[in-house]
Ligand binder design. Sequence first.
Ligand code: PEP
Ligand code: MG
Length: 589
Amino acid sequence: MATEPRTKKEVIVQGISASQGIAYGTVFVYLQSDVEVPCYQVDADKRIEEVSRFDKALLTTRQQISKIQDEVEKNLGKNEALIFDAHLLVLEDQALIGETIREFEATGSNIEICFNKISARYIQAFSEIDDEYLRERAGDIRDVAQRVLQNMLGQAENSLSRLAEKRIVVANDLSPSDSASIDRSAALGIVTDSGSKTSHAVIVARSMKVPAVVGVRNLTQRVKTGDWVLVDGYDGLVIVNPTEQTLFRYGKIQSDKKSFEQRLLEANRRPPVTLDGVTVTLQANIEKVDEVALVKEYFAQGVGLYRTEYLFLNSARIPSEQEQFVAYKAVVEGMAPNPVVIRTLDLGGDKPMEGKSDLFPKEANPFMGFRAIRFCLEHPEIFKDQLRAILMASVHGDVRLMYPMISGPEELGKANAVLAECKAELKTRGQRFNEAMKVGAMIEIPSAATTTDLLAKTCDFFSIGTNDLIQYLLAIDRGNDRVAHLYEPAHPAVVRTLQHIVDAAHRAGVPVGVCGEMAGDPIYVPLLLGLGVDALSMTPPSLPAVKYLVRGMTMADARALAVEVLALGSAQEIHAKCAAFAHARISQP
Ligand code: PEP
Ligand code: MG
């Protein structure tokens, strides 16, 4: 790995560990529109030069967009490439360019600040227009303005999907679509100013096996593109300008971890059976079709959660029934004969569809708002396309359908009524589907947890979404770094609620899994199994450590652990008890 003369001082910044691993390399600061643009006065004799800097940035941007457009056309087709025509038109917009230059002449401020001000004015004006097509132009202007600004600020490789070389991405925040578009071969690590362990960007980082640290406040203002940084995803540290001693120390940690990971990978080839002979179901969570290969590489027994919203987040428009069917069928066939739990859309919350502000208007409390099943029931045309696509895929393997964010029996009844309509429509069309396809619900809202017995009457299975369940039980916004330290899976309320759900489900003969991040955390796996959870589903790279632990413990001990933990009164004690149980069975370097 290349090094540079280390003249700068080492600075260690504490964040929150989000995805394990160690990465070392140069930074790429990913600027979003609300990042500050420098502001200074340009000397009178430098003004012609300043305008030509602007012209040059416009030209470079045009070349970049044309190149991307060619590639998109080659890889995805002509229609998908058309969106870039609108971007190229922004660059020719004489009003925007002319007003920027007039602002510069009037104020003498640097051209970036003038351009930022004028483009922001246009974005605002377009986003208020009462016409969907024109409103979407606001998104085009925002994208193009971002690119022009980055070119002027000397950050040429301005797209996360096209990093010019291997980099550590440092961003103030990453939207789910930002993170889904990250160039997987070039991102060494991910660091964000905001976020918490369960923000969706982090889940994507973990599934990419990229070390990540979040909640590192203001890091984007403390480093610049090209700075050297070490990311310690184990302890949640970011070390800017690490010294030779630090690099040496981390080199040793990394090689110890590597040999431990090797041991885990070997254990991963064996079946997930406890020392007292109980076979445990370990499955994988995926967001994209191309992750099926990874799921198989880790020997998962099926997909316990397919987050279909990423198909929508990565698209400029709502995918059609046929497009969705093709994606679902590819996953189902790829995983056959193992089951695939396809979760219906969980858009909204921290996953609004960008450029679709008519469908997802701004909300003060998006996590408590128009999200997931609530959105689907109000947009039956979108929901039904998806339900029919899933039903059509059900003849190609073991498909199970799951609704997110179910709040109680009435909502479940409404969703099932729409499903029944879709079945009738497919019958009229003469389209085949599996009439006996299993249908389940996520238990991730406290009201669903307390009505599990009622929901069980019309559910074939449950999956507990601990990410949301914890946020709603404890009133902790899962994406807010200010309260991230209060987000506590070991809270007695969480453990009691889990027990309540499992007992109620089992009394009704309905199996219950866990697919939140807790299911992939070795510290909590014995507790979940001891409470009686039937299956665990996690990001594929979490599987080896969980399987290693399962193979090193007895179910009898796990049950005893659950009994002990249920009697404890604080998160600290519960965490300590669970950690001691796991550590005694996994010896880490
Ligand atoms: C959860 O809430 O635990 C879950 C698995 O769903 P998501 O993280 O997609 O909200
Ligand atoms: Mg959820």
